[in-house]
Ligand binder design. Structure first.
Ligand SMILES: Nc1ncnc2c1ncn2[C@@H]1O[C@H](COP(=O)(O)OP(=O)(O)OP(=O)(O)O)[C@@H](O)[C@H]1O
Length: 246
């Protein structure tokens, strides 16, 4: 569970986040959507423990955020793979930061997750020998392999073509379902927020804060039947976003 209360962040004198409140229940996915520069990445950096100077309270499973204590899976748009390490080593990197000794079971679990993301035959390749979608698969596998307390994704699929992007969204949900880790997913796309967010959180800023959180009945629904309802939520989101960008 993630609880953020009255969060404020400054870059020197610039107020990037102010009075931000967010709650993600255990096994929830909050899709965070908002205009460029409103503070989405800053919020993720606080949740990841990368920014540790802030006002307010950030709790992970009821304890103050502490990257030494909590396992935090972070997936970024640019994959964050080390080019000189092979797929298998890259996939184990997150876990290595947390555990000194990688055991046989860890390796078996890594093999299992890599197979689930369709990379069985790619263990020995270097990132430079992979497509964008394959690199993103490694990044996602790496986050799941560390069995994180929380999972954070910062526009992970925005660099991919439309088809690969849909494949990756499905694959993400597929792996996520067996693990149900509390997740914050940042995206620019209303469609992606409506597919991947159990709840959709709209942000404004700077300074960044939450303007609205909607329940999303279309979570995980690819073939939408109630088109009118879908469009009404989409329009609501667009209105909220347009209001912000005025
Ligand atoms: N290191 C920094 N120093 C000063 N200001 C910063 C720094 N990093 C970000 N900012 C500012 O803080 C605000 C929030 O930035 P952030 O990257 O969190 O926004 P974002 O919503 O993720 O944007 P985008 O959607 O374009 O990625 C922006 O106005 C940005 O210019």
């Amino acid at each position: 569970m993630i609880k953020v209360r009255n969060l404020g962040v400054y870059y020197d004198k610039f107020k990037a986040l102010s009075g931000l409140n967010l709650e993600v229940e255990k096994g929830g996915i909050a899709a965070v959507i908002g205009p460029s520069g409103c503070g989405k990445t800053t919020l993720l950096y606080v949740l990841a423990g990368i920014i540790n100077k802030f006002e307010g309270e950030v709790l992970i499973n009821d304890a103050p955020i502490d990257p030494r204590r909590h396992r935090i899976g972070l997936v970024l748009q640019d994959y964050g793979l080390l080019p000189w390490k092979r797929v298998f080593e890259n996939a184990l990197l997150g876990l290595k930061v947390k555990k000194k000794v990688i055991e046989k079971e860890d390796k078996e679990y890594a093999e299992y997750i890599l197979a689930r993301v369709g990379l069985s035959g790619f263990f020995k390749r270097y990132p430079g020998e992979l497509s964008g979608g394959q690199k993103q698969r490694v990044a996602i596998a790496r986050a799941f392999i560390m069995k994180p307390d929380i999972l954070l994704l910062d526009e992970p699929f925005s660099a991919l073509d439309a088809i690969t992007r849909e494949e990756m969204q499905d694959l993400f949900l597929d792996v996520w379902k067996s693990d149900s880790v509390s997740t914050v997913f940042v995206t620019h796309s209303t469609e992606e927020a409506m597919y991947l967010g159990k709840k959709i959180t709209v942000m404004t800023g700077p300074p960044g804060r939450i303007v609205s959180t909607l329940d999303n009945p279309f979570f995980g629904v690819r073939e939408v039947k109630d088109i009118e309802h879908y469009i009404s939520i989409k329009l609501k989101l667009r209105k909220l976003l347009k209001g912000i960008q005025k």
